[in-house]
Write a protein that binds this ligand. Structure first.
Ligand code: PMV
Length: 331
């Protein structure tokens, strides 16, 4: 008899303190999970549905990849608190939650490493490029460092692809206040990662900028260990300038970063850029929220230290925000 029991998992979004884009080339990065999650429920069903409608797996590459060994129909229900295409890891969080729910439903072993492999696999299948940073942050939660020298005793896993290696380690979540500001502009990660790659291939100067981002990230890691908010803030602002030189900022992001700076130690875009979110480090969070909202952004004060992917006792209630789904049909 077919079981129609629900299996529900959730995973957090994330923001990057320092190191996005450079991490694609095996450089260091520092990432924190946030208190906004995607929840995904599944149950066996006579037909495949997503939030009550027929699911076209060709337009849902994360679902298509993660269900490749599932040979029966399912109902999938998602509810997301993470704005899609915003640099907060919505697709990695979706992938991590769906991967965990599927493994539980199938009675397969569930451990962080295998969930990272699944979630990163789904990201690569959907967008064709990128690092395992987002997948690692959404699976592990709390804080992670990527390719941080000397963090070996906290190492979680190592992932290799071609000539690149990412050593992911657990990171103490700093006791600092961050505000995220969303421009409301959706931007897909894949094309921005491609843009940086083309720039680096055509111009050695872009490779130097990536090296400088790596150096800034390592200095930022040391500033976090010293709890030095002033130094970390100024490194974040410097990183924003370097990312702008790489061509991944935009007018709206610059506007929100500039609006935050008078009340912040520093501010930068977070994630792939081109729109999406920025983050400010501050001890005047309400002033930063007000400054961002006065410029047309949506702001919230981040609570850090969130759990990674986990099972949930109650099924998802249905969409609060879209999940990443605007993909052209795959052949
Ligand atoms: O915008 P997001 O949440 O997909 O973050 C992308 C981070 C990049 O470093 C730009 C790409 C990657 O895969 O690491």
């Amino acid at each position: 008899m077919m079981s129609s029991e629900w299996y529900t998992a959730s995973a957090p979004g994330k923001f990057v303190i320092l190191g996005e884009h450079a991490v694609v080339y095996g450089k260091p990065a520092i990432v924190l999970a946030v208190d906004r999650r995607i929840t995904c429920s599944i149950r066996r069903s006579p037909r495949n549905t997503l939030n009550g409608e027929y699911i076209d797996f060709n337009r849902q590459p994360h679902f298509r990849y993660l269900t490749r060994d599932v040979h029966y129909a399912m109902d999938y229900v998602t509810s997301s608190e993470i704005p899609p295409g915003s640099g907060m890891g919505s697709s990695a969080a979706l992938s991590a939650a769906l991967a965990m729910a599927i493994r539980e439903e199938r009675g397969e072993p569930v451990d962080e490493r295998s969930l990272v492999d699944e979630a990163y696999g789904a990201e690569l299948f959907a967008q064709g490029n990128g690092s395992p940073m987002d997948a690692s942050a959404c699976v592990h939660g709390k804080g992670i460092g990527v390719n941080i020298p000397g963090a070996g005793d906290r190492e979680l896993w190592t992932i290799t692809k071609g000539d690149r290696t990412w050593r992911v380690s657990d990171l103490d979540v700093p006791d600092m206040t961050f505000v995220i500001g969303n421009t409301g502009i959706r931007a897909a990660t894949g094309p921005l990662v491609d843009k940086v790659r083309r720039y680096m291939q055509s111009n050695h100067f872009a490779c130097d900028v990536v090296e400088e981002i790596a150096a800034v990230t390592l200095m930022g890691y040391n500033a976090i260990r010293r709890n030095d908010v002033e130094e970390l803030g100024s490194l974040m602002t410097r990183d924003h300038k370097l990312l702008s030189i790489l061509g991944v900022s935009c007018r709206e992001l610059n506007k929100l970063v500039n609006a935050s700076l008078p009340y912040s130690y520093g501010a930068k875009l977070t994630g792939s850029g081109g729109g999406g979110c920025m983050v400010a480090l501050t001890d005047e969070p309400q002033k930063v929220v007000d400054a961002i909202e006065a410029r047309g952004g949506t702001a919230y004060v981040v609570k850090t230290g969130s759990d990674g992917v986990r099972m949930e006792p109650t099924p998802a209630s249905g969409p609060l925000m879209d999940i990443p789904m605007d993909y052209p049909p795959r052949q």
